[in-house]
Design a protein around this ligand. Structure first.
Ligand code: 5AD
Ligand code: SF4
Length: 467
């Protein structure tokens, strides 16, 4: 599990107020036959896709329910980045073997759907819909087929040049709005399923993005998170041909927007103009997530990452040369085929040199269709586990020192969680640090407050509100 502060999922610990942009359909008008339940696995892109799928369903008069039992339509939005994630979905589907319910319609969406395709019907014959993310724009038609009584419906094309635009999006987080600006991926990292499951790279037009940001600001959102597997590879299809850095500045300039985040960046496409934009526009958050994957140039070449250790460290130097102090987080994979002790040492020394504020480290998991699946010299599972623990321990030591140095500093946080204990709140700084803090005030959810750090641990910060 990630040992750093989690900036991907589950960031809402507080109550779930109505989203400002879409109201729920009242129960009475929907009726029980038009209820849906959706469970999401994986990255923020999936979380946001589920918000859009929910929007499509709400637009068709369905009502979202929080329990599987109460739902007529059950959707799993799946992740296949590592084998474990893919397994989880099949274990969910396996539950229906024990408790068959022919009244339910069961749909598998996302990366496992794309990867396994119609095989899913073989493994779990009670599944009715299999639809990959590149085909979500076809969802309304697929739903019509289901409503007409068709019991085997698929959307599995990846060569669509469409992006998933919907009339409505039912956003789960009332404070931060996710917004996909680029879908798919054209890189060819040897370990990664994304280019197969999400299809080729497609950027949305800057005009459409800015129109949506204005709507979101009007609906009360002050924080926008721009999403893409390689978000900074953005290529504007509109006549204006905005660069990614120009888009960041334009989004931040929309009245009402106080914070703009973006994830995930690819090191090769990370340029000085992004650092200059962050430097000159305070609303651009001072956090960059820049996955390195390995500290060894030899392994980076085998992974087809298109940069060396030295080039990555130059990117970091560039980010650190800015006037603002930018928090930096990363991803690491241990146990890629052929990885030696010496390569692990290089990853450890890169951690020392890079001084990340957080790292997600993973054991390499061979995935179907990827080029690495054919590579020799697999690292034994037990050894992968050992290497993972070593990497996590080194990063923990780094975070102890880095977080200790934050004690006494004050951060502005957007409050997005309330503890059950009265007077205890949780919020996120622009640098994406989670601060748990005490305040005598009530109704802080959604407010920006200043918090002074009083205590630090490797993975979290504790503080108190300052007025
Ligand atoms: N095995 C392990 N980790 C992987 N990632 C992507 N593919 C794999 C895989 N096959 C990790 C990378 C990526 C993060 C989202 O997941 O570190 O940045
Ligand atoms: Fe996967 Fe590489 Fe594309 Fe990231 S850049 S989504 S790791 S192929």
């Amino acid at each position: 599990m990630p040992q750093s502060f989690d900036f991907r999922l589950g960031d809402l610990t507080g109550p779930r107020p109505e989203t400002p942009d879409v109201a729920h359909t009242p129960a009475s008008s929907a009726g029980d036959s038009r209820t849906f339940y959706i469970e999401t696995f994986g990255c923020q892109m999936n979380v946001h896709d589920s918000e859009k799928v929910a929007g499509v369903l709400l637009g068709r008069g369905y009502r979202q329910v929080e329990s599987l039992d109460a739902a007529k339509l059950v959707f799993y939005n799946t992740c296949s980045i590592r084998e474990k994630a893919a397994h989880k979905v099949f274990s969910r589907l396996g539950e229906f073997r024990k408790r068959p319910d022919s009244r339910k319609i069961i749909g598998v969406l996302g990366c496992v759907a794309q990867q396994e395709g119609e095989e899913i019907f073989e493994r779990a014959p009670w599944v009715n819909l299999v639809c990959g993310s590149a085909s979500y724009s076809k969802l309304p038609e697929l739903l019509e087929d289901l409503e007409a009584g068709n019991r085997r419906v698929t959307g599995l094309g990846t060569h669509t040049d469409e992006t998933f635009e919907t009339e409505m999006t039912r956003r789960d987080n009332p404070f931060r709005a996710y917004l996909t600006i680029i879908e798919g991926c054209d890189k060819t990292c040897a370990y990664c399923v994304v280019p197969y499951t999400r299809g080729p790279e497609r950027s949305r037009s800057s005009a459409l993005i800015l129109e949506e940001v204005r709507k979101l600001a009007g609906a009360g959102y002050s924080e926008i998170q721009l999403l893409g597997q390689t978000v900074n590879s953005y290529q504007d299809p509109a006549a204006r041909r905005m660069s990614f850095a120009e888009l960041l500045v334009a989004v931040a300039a929309v009245p009402g927007i106080r914070r703009v985040r973006f994830t995930t960046s690819h090191p090769r496409d990370f340029g000085r103009d992004i650092v200059e934009a962050i430097d000159s526009v305070p609303a651009l958050c001072d956090h960059v997530h820049l996955p390195v994957q390995s500290g060894s140039s030899r392994i980076l070449r085998a992974m087809q990452r298109m940069y060396t250790r030295e080039e990555y460290l130059e990117k970091i130097a560039l980010i650190r040369s800015g006037r603002r102090s930018i928090s930096l987080t990363s991803d690491i994979i241990v146990g890629f085929p052929g990885e030696t002790e010496q390569d692990v040492e290089e990853t450890l020394s890169l951690l020392d040199a890079a001084q990340f504020d957080g790292v997600f480290a993973f054991q390499y998991s061979p995935r179907p269709n990827t080029s690495a699946v054919h590579l020799a010299d697999a690292v034994p599972e037990e050894e992968k586990g050992r290497r993972l623990a070593v990497v996590q321990e080194r990063q923990r030591e780094i975070q102890i020192v880095r977080n200790d140095a934050l004690v006494g500093q004050t951060f502005e946080v957007l409050v997005d969680g309330a503890s059950r204990r009265p007077g205890q709140w949780s919020g996120r700084s622009s640098s994406n640090r989670i601060l748990n803090f005490a305040s005598p005030h009530s109704d802080l959810l959604g407010q920006y407050v200043h918090v002074r750090v009083t205590r630090a641990s490797p993975n979290s910060l504790v503080g108190e509100e300052v007025t």
